[in-house]
Design a protein around this ligand. Structure first.
Ligand code: TRP
Length: 426
């Protein structure tokens, strides 16, 4: 089981992928995080691929937990959001103030302040264009949807996903439904209707992703199954006839061997290849959405690898010297980098002879996650491996670069303040 509220350690990504059915990240998006396999897992990213190839609208969704610091370890989700926004994605961002209240006891006022000062100003400074940023506590569409999603899950499921026990309070138990509603509400009519939606996450969020994907299917009237033949069944209607006809008529336009059965509430269609499933799901969702405002296609997710903390382990708010915060004073950041751990050998002689171990090195991670130039980062990697590059040199070089970037960012943060109303629409 993965506990999204207290995952303190690195994950064995390959094991998790196997165990929970997270797929390989096998789409070549033109972005260094993808090229370097720092994003190494996905669920139904083919929906996003389909939207991009067919110039369809798609959503990009993320949420921020307004506690602790925005640091380099949680920055790459926003790097992805900005990347997908440039590709045309419509961005929504939830401030998870209900979640931080219910799971960490943070007041709504404090959450608001932290969200704006430590997170949102940085997002804008990093280049996020105007989009929709909202507070869970103020969004009645999200709250209403979370309430309705409660009708499609039960304690057994939540217990096995999250390990909830009898002593967890009801707000905490409800918080995964709020998060599911964060993501799914972007497909309600008022927000543009059903559309592929990508959610960049860390592996710790996977229980939420599994739950919201299952819930999205349980809210549907059309239920799609594929086992060489396509089977569309109609759920929850006293009289399924109208919907059977809708699915039958739609499929008959493209396929010749389509059969309907009112009694068993299904339409069966032969000759459908797996590659057609995304299109069929989206088309059927669009048909269904005229009757059901909770028509959702399953959200897609990308899974990123965690950045190493400067003290070994992961970069985490609970170890201040392990992280570079986006709000750090550049001098302070330099100090932390200079005293950080490396993948270097015990002596300079050994390092020249054996080469360093960049795959274990938090300092190399700074290059890998923060420097866009592939050629240059590859050179750093190879020079380290070959024993030509020493740790002191790397540290000084990247400390300079990070300090420069941070002071640039702090200037942009002040300009960002003027633009807040283009993001938070209240
Ligand atoms: N639970 C997330 C976290 O701890 C925050 C979050 C809330 C979120 N709503 C979301 C993330 C929707 C992605 C999508 O960081």
């Amino acid at each position: 089981m993965i506990n999204p509220w207290s995952s303190s350690d690195f994950f064995d990504y390959e094991r998790l992928k196997k165990e929970f059915g997270i797929e390989e990240m096998n789409y070549n998006f033109d972005n260094f995080l993808f090229r370097r396999h720092l994003i190494l897992g996905q669920r139904s990213i083919d929906y996003i691929d389909y939207a991009l190839k067919n110039s369809l609208k798609f959503n990009v969704m993320t949420g921020l937990m307004p506690s602790g610091e925005m640091h380099l370890g949680n920055k790459s989700a926003i790097d992805q959001v900005i990347f997908f926004q440039k590709l045309g994605g419509r961005v929504s961002i939830a401030v998870a103030d209900l979640e931080s209240y219910s799971t960490r006891g943070i007041s709504l006022e404090k959450a608001r302040n932290v969200a704006i000062e430590k997170y949102i100003l940085n997002y804008i400074a990093m280049g996020l264009e105007p989009c929709e940023i909202y507070f869970q506590s103020k969004n009645s569409d999200v709250q209403f949807l979370a309430y309705m999603l409660g009708n499609r899950t039960n304690m057994n499921e939540l217990r096995s996903l999250y390990g909830f026990t009898d002593t967890h309070d009801l707000l905490h138990i409800n918080s995964p439904l709020i998060q599911a509603a964060d993501v799914l509400h972007t497909q309600m009519k008022k927000y543009g209707g059903p559309a592929p939606t990508v959610v960049p996450v860390g592996f710790d969020q996977d229980p939420h992703i599994r739950l919201m994907r299952d819930l999205s299917k349980r809210m549907r009237i059309f239920n799609i199954q594929y086992d060489r033949d396509l089977i569309v069944s109609v759920r929850g209607k006293d009289d399924p006839k109208e919907f059977i006809d809708l699915a039958y008529d739609y499929l008959s336009k493209t396929y010749t061997n389509v059969k309907k059965d009112y009694e068993y509430r299904v339409v069966r269609c032969e000759g459908v290849s797996e590659g057609d499933l995304v299109k069929i799901d989206l088309d059927l969702a669009n048909i269904e959405s005229k009757y059901n405002d909770f028509t959702f296609v399953p959200p897609s997710a990308t899974y990123q690898k965690l950045m190493k903390g400067l003290k070994g382990g992961k970069m985490s708010s609970s170890v201040p010297d392990s992280l570079i915060s986006l709000n750090d004073d550049p001098k302070e950041a330099k100090r932390k980098i200079m005293s950080g751990m490396t993948g270097g050998r015990d002596t300079e002689e050994e390092q020249r002879r054996l080469g360093g171990e960049p795959e274990k090195c938090p300092i190399f991670d700074l290059y890998n996650y923060e420097i866009e130039d592939d050629k240059y980062v590859k050179e750093v990697y190879e020079d380290c491996k070959n024993g030509r590059r020493m740790c002191g040199f790397c540290k000084r070089e990247i400390a300079e670069k990070m300090a420069g970037w941070l002071s640039e960012l702090s200037k942009k943060r002040e300009e960002a303040r003027e633009k807040l109303s283009l993001y938070i629409h209240e």
